[in-house]
Design a protein around this ligand. Sequence first.
Ligand code: HEC
Ligand code: HEC
Length: 363
Amino acid sequence: MYLLLMLVLLFVACKNDKEEYKDVAYFAMDANGELERPMNYRTWIYVGTPVTPNDMNDGKAAFPELHNVYIDPMSYEHWKKTGTWREGTILIKELVSVGSKAAVSGNGYFMGEFIGLEATVKSKKHFPNEPGNWAYFSFTNPEGGTLSATGKAFKTKQCNGCHNASAADDFVFTQYYPVLSSAKGVGDVTPENAAKRVASQTKKETKKVGKWEASVPTPEGLTLDIPLSKQQLFDYLASGKYKAFKNKEKEAHPSLGPHQKLGLPVRVFINDIIAESLEKGNDEHPLGSVIVKEMFNADNTLSGWAVMVKTHDKADNGNGWFWYEVTDPKDANKLAAIGNGVEGCVSCHAIGNDMVRTSYPLK
Ligand code: HEC
Ligand code: HEC
C-alpha cells in the first residue's frame, strides 16, 4: 500500500517536471454546464483574506465578510513562472462572517463562522464568450445550510464586469494579495523566502487623536446593563433607569473633581457587577461594570451625567473603558466625550483603582 503511494507520488513528480501540469484541472463541469464544488481547496495555496466590514461602509458593505482566497497549486506555479493565468486557473473565495471585534491582542476583525463559498475559473474551452474567459460561481446556500454540490455561472455583468474593470492582473485582484503579487513571473525564485520585509508594521501609528475624542473603537454586540450608542444611552439616562441599581450613594455630595465646577453636587450609581468587584477589593473590575454619575447645578437641578462602562477584561490604560459625559440633561448633543480611551478622562482617572475615583463603600 505504502509502496503504491510512493509510486504514485513519484509519477506525479515526474509529470510536474515535464511541465505537463498545463493539463491538470482542479475543477470539473457537470453535464448541465455547472461547476462542481471543489473539495479540499484548503490544501491549495492560501492567497489572503481581504475584509470590507459593514462598520467601515455605513453598514452597507457589498461583501461584509472576510474573504479567504485560495488558488489551485498548478496555477500558482504557472503564475510564478510566467506571470499569467493558465487555462484552467481556479480561485476560491471562502466567505467568513466577522465574529468578535476584540481580542486580548486588541480591537480588530476576527473570523466568526463560515457563511459561503464562491469561485472563479478561467477557461477558453468552457467559457469562450466570457470576457477574459473568466466565469464566476457561488455554492452558497442562501438559507444558511450546507453548500450546494454544483454552481451555475453568474451573468457576465453580475461579477465579471467589476473584476474586468478594477482587478490588477487579468481579472484577479492581485493588488490585495501580496502572496500573488510577489510571485508574479519570478521564475524559479521562491518569493516566500525572500529576505526583504517591509518595516512599516513596526512603525507607530501617528494619527493624532484629540484629548476628548475616543482613541480606540468601542466594541459592538456586547450585552451590558446599559446601551452605549449616543442616542440610546442618552434616552436610557433621561429615563432614570439606572436608579434601579441597588448600589448608590445615599444622596448628592460635593464633587472632588472639577467635572463641572469643583464642589458642585454629584451622586454615583453602580451596577451589581462592579459593586461585587469593589466589595472584593479587586484591582481590575470585570467587563460589564457600569457607573453612572449624576451631576447637579448649585441649585440642585440636574446638569448632566458622566458614565463609565468597562467594555474589556483589562483597563488597558483607559482603552478598556467606555467614557461618556453629557452636560445638558435635555440635549443629547451636548457631549463632553463619548467612546473608549478618552485621554482627557483617563488622565484624571488613572490614579483611581482601575480608573474608579469614588471611594467604596458608597456613602
Ligand atoms: C463591485 C466589484 C465586484 C463585484 C461586482 C464582484 N467582485 Fe469579486 N472581488 C472584488 C474585489 C475588490 C475582490 C478582492 C478583494 C476582496 O475579496 O474583497 C474580489 C475577489 C473575488 C474573488 C477572489 C479572486 C479574485 O479575483 O481576486 C472571487 C472568487 C470573487 N471575487 C467572486 C465574485 C463573484 C462570484 C461575484 C458575483 C456574484 C463577484 N466576485 C462580484 C470585487 C467585486
Ligand atoms: C479633573 C479630573 C477629572 C476629569 C478630567 C474627569 N474626572 Fe471623572 N471623576 C473625577 C473624580 C475626582 C471623581 C470622584 C467623584 C467626584 O467627586 O466627582 C470622578 C468620578 C467620575 C465617575 C464616577 C465613578 C468614579 O470613577 O468615581 C464617572 C462615571 C466619571 N468620573 C466619568 C468621567 C468621564 C466620562 C470623564 C471624561 C469626560 C471624566 N470623568 C473626567 C475626576 C475627573
